[in-house]
Design a binder for this molecule. Structure first.
Ligand SMILES: Cc1cc2nc3c(=O)[nH]c(=O)nc-3n(C[C@H](O)[C@H](O)[C@H](O)COP(=O)(O)OP(=O)(O)OC[C@H]3O[C@@H](n4cnc5c(N)ncnc54)[C@H](O)[C@@H]3O)c2cc1C
Length: 303
């Protein structure tokens, strides 16, 4: 199966996620073009395989039992990016940093916030990724999508219902294949300076040298997840191979190899914070795949 494509059978998902956790995907396939993407979807359909789409895996907790069917990985494959006037048109697999850099080279401002977000442009649209006052919703003009039956459609920004770490696409099966962003004219040197400054601030505050998926929880209304976790005395709190970062309490980091430990840490932090502050932290990290009992087979998890 998938002989015509860059495909790996039994691909360990820990190698394809920044958290470095997760059991094997039956298949991991990296399309090099929209055409390949449509063909892969067709082959999956013919073989009755479920399809999961990922970008760079920087906002994912894949469970220890792995993922059945085929994982389509957009990062590394579809990554062409070009500038046309004030528009930056990027394939979904383009890394946010590469898109920000291309914008800077062309003297376009508006995407500086994205330079340190370690995900793809497609994942950025799905999550409405943002930082330092910027957000994908502010720059996206339109998005080209492929539906699971292989047909295309284009949605304008107003149809994407962007909100805080939310887009309408989260409730669909559609695959982002290309994103058009509208930016403003600016001075390339100032744009680069701003990007360096933001990345310096990021490195100062965030544990970038250990596996994580960024902020594990969304910002609750009127509060900050990291401050609440810190206030509950949970900095450094550890469950097996999962730990609340001592540098930034909003980052739960992986210091072992168990997604089960990580999930347990998420739940423990949620429970303690809710008990002590009355605020329920919702995960920003998306949890996918099958759980695995330590010694007795596998069971699906509705995460
Ligand atoms: C160190 C670190 C710092 C971070 N800082 C930030 C930050 O400042 N701001 C922020 O918002 N996030 C941040 N993140 C989280 C993460 O980088 C973003 O959420 C990013 O946008 C996810 O992109 P991705 O390509 O890795 O998507 P993935 O994690 O691979 O996927 C995320 C979701 O999008 C879906 N998806 C991905 N690509 C597509 C596609 N082409 N079509 C359809 N569905 C798709 C997946 O199914 C999944 O549901 C950080 C993460 C890390 C590790």
């Amino acid at each position: 199966m998938f002989e015509r494509f860059e495909a790996i059978a039994n691909a360990p998902m820990r190698e394809y996620t920044t958290l470095k956790l997760g059991g094997p995907a039956d298949w991991l396939v990296t399309p090099k073009s929209t055409r390949e993407l449509v063909q892969i979807l067709g082959e999956a359909r013919e073989n009755g395989l479920p399809v999961t789409v990922i970008g760079h895996g920087s906002n994912l907790l894949v469970l220890d039992g792995g993922i059945r069917g085929v994982v389509i990985r957009m990062a590394r494959g579809m990554k062409d990016c070009f500038v046309k006037g004030n528009l930056l048109v990027a394939d979904a697999g383009t890394m946010m940093g590469a898109a920000a850099s291309a914008a800077a080279d062309a003297g376009l401002t508006g995407l500086e916030f994205a330079s340190g977000i370690p995900g793809t442009v497609g994942g950025g649209v799905i999550m409405n990724a943002g930082a330092y006052g910027g957000e994908m919703s502010r720059v996206v003009q339109e998005v080209c999508l492929i539906q699971r039956d292989g047909t295309f459609r284009t949605l304008g920004k107003e149809e994407l219902d962007f909100g805080y770490r939310h887009s309408a696409l989260q409730a669909t099966d559609d695959i982002v294949c290309q994103v058009t962003m509208r930016l403003e004219n600016g001075d390339p040197d100032s744009i680069r300076e701003r990007m360096s400054e933001l990345n310096r601030q990021r490195a100062e505050k965030q544990p970038l040298d250990v596996p994580s998926a960024g902020s594990t929880f969304k910002r609750p209304e009127g509060a900050f997840a990291a401050a609440l976790i810190d206030q509950c005395g949970l900095k450094g709190y550890t469950v097996g191979g999962a730990k609340v970062s001592t540098k930034h309490a909003g980052f739960l980091i992986n210091i072992g190899e168990s997604a089960r430990d990580y999930l347990e840490l998420i739940r423990t932090v949620q429970r303690i914070v809710e008990d002590r502050t009355g605020i329920r932290l919702e995960t920003e990290v998306r949890i996918i795949g099958e759980d695995r009992e330590p010694d007795s087979g596998e069971k699906g998890l509705n995460a």
